[in-house]
Design a protein. Sequence first.
Length: 316
Amino acid sequence: MKKIIVTGALGQIGSELITKLRSEYGVDNVLATDIRHPNTGAAARGPFEILDVTDAKKMHTLANDFGADTMMHMAALLSAKAEENPMLAWNLNMGGLMNALEVSRELNLQFFTPSSIGAFGPSTPKKGTPQDTLQRPTTMYGVNKVAGELLCDYYFNKYGLDTRGVRFPGLISNVAKPGGGTTDYAVDIYYKALEEGKYTSYIAEGTYMDMMYMPDALQAIVDLLEADPAKLVHRNAFNVTAMSFEPSEIAASIKKQIPDFEIAYEVDPIRQAIADSWPDAIDPSTAIKEWGFKAAYNLDKMTIDMLEKLKIKLNK
Ligand code: SER
């Protein structure tokens, strides 16, 4: 049975990862940590500790006292926020990751951290983006992610640390809203569809990005954690994706459920530039081959589920 410490447990992925891990491995075997206290939600319903990931000493103490055998490092600033404050992003994203890797080395923990489609840049092939390809990102977030991927490989090769990771696309969920990402429009649009019947997109029509529904992302994390290490040629930064769409396509999918729904555009140049520097559609075949990655939700199936769940959440 695993004993898992999770950083960033109140973040976009963390808030739902906690529920998933506690149902797989038992409530008391998952220690949720974050920089702030949970008022409600999954993190509050089980072991929780305050942790600023730049505090290596406290991270070590918490992991050690909990008897952790696994570290899931989720705390990070997303792409648009990182562009607003590059130094903060460097200190938090890289400082936090180095601390988490070092604590994992000292305590010999299995290690997971997510990379992102943000680890690619304008010179990366845009369609069918291969697992191993050019990575010259032009954002601070991307620089952090590439360095993170390399560091995770380094800790595996140098110390034999059991590091594992994926490159997530934009993640869409009905539980926690993302904050400060470029792909956030694909979450906001569902809320606004129910609240106002219309949405103004800050991403231009025709801009394709990879996306995935959160249940598939969580399953991918557990599947990779449990994967037979003998089958892993790569360890970190596996391309995973479930769909690629542009704003008018997600709008059309919503229209099938809410016929009067309308989309308009008011492009934010900063987030648009980030989106333009990322691939249109990455190739997940390496993850499929090495550990059986699969996604259950396509765009329409996700739309139906999102709207159903949000109707209850928003009392609509
Ligand atoms: N969803 C993230 C972002 O937009 C990508 O990793 O920043």
